[in-house]
Write a protein that binds this ligand. Structure first.
Ligand code: 6PG
Length: 245
């Protein structure tokens, strides 16, 4: 069976999931030009991938001095808060690297969530070098995304049509639907990537992934991402279910 959009890569277990994810990251880095700009997913699934990247051989195959890392979304909490995505990325990846990549966290101190979203958008525009998106020049070399069991991705949440329909702003505040406010990138910039990889693991995601891959639920946020470049669904067997072949 082929997914309604993109390519499905199924791996047997969590270890293979982290390994394949690290491999996809390293291959995208190798294929990039003088700079590799990657958008990282938050949540719990990517942690093992980031830890795998921080170890041999992947750590040593990537020229981290050429790497810029941004976040696809962030919980609007202090960077040392245990809920913080940037804390997770620092702990799982950055702290173990021989050379530090340029990590661009969502600003927090002294800002409202609206101000933080606007500031992050300015940061992304500066990184990209233009305020307009051009399909011929994607913003990201790689965009890693997770998916919730409700089909959300980044902090694009089901039913929040104003955010899901945003086509001008690259970054928006999310003030309902989660215990803490969020800052999230929007579809236009998440789709502006040479390669998008959805990271989906665990039996809890199986039912939603089945609906998204089969195209039977085109309304959930994960179904509505329509990348300009390559799209890969990386799933372990537990999440892939009948799609495991
Ligand atoms: C977040 C993430 C979020 C995550 C999904 C899946 O800040 O929580 O960006 O979009 O990717 O919720 O989360 P898990 O990987 O923890 O299942």
């Amino acid at each position: 069976m082929k997914p309604v959009r993109g390519e499905l890569v199924v791996v047997p277990d969590a270890e293979a999931f982290a390994e394949q994810g690290a491999r996809l990251f390293a291959e995208a880095a190798a294929a990039a030009g003088e700079r590799f700009l990657a958008c990282l997913a938050g949540g719990s699934t990517p942690r093992a991938l980031y830890e795998r990247l921080a170890g041999a051989p992947w750590r040593d195959t990537i020229d981290w001095a050429r790497v810029d890392l941004v976040l696809g979304d962030e919980r609007f909490v202090a960077p040392e808060d245990e809920k913080s995505n940037v804390r997770m990325i620092r702990e799982a990846l950055i702290a173990h690297l021989p050379v530090a990549p340029r990590l661009h966290p969502v600003p927090f101190a002294g800002l409202t969530v609206d101000q933080a979203a606007a500031a992050y958008q300015r940061d992304l525009i500066a990184l990209h070098g233009a305020a307009r998106l051009d399909p011929a020049r994607p913003v990201f070399d790689l965009c890693l995304l997770g998916m919730g069991d409700d089909g959300h991705t980044a902090s694009l949440l089901p039913g929040q049509e104003e955010l899901l329909g945003e086509r001008q702003r690259w970054v928006v505040p999310v003030t309902t639907g989660r215990p803490e406010p969020r800052v999230t990138l929007t579809y236009p910039i998440l789709e502006s990537a040479r390669l998008v990889v959805f990271l989906v693991s665990g039996a809890g995601k199986r039912e939603m992934l089945d609906r998204v891959l089969g195209g039977t639920d085109r309304d959930v946020p994960a179904s509505r991402l329509n990348p300009g470049g390559r799209l890969v669904w990386l799933a372990d067997r537990a999440a892939a279910g009948r799609w495991a072949g």
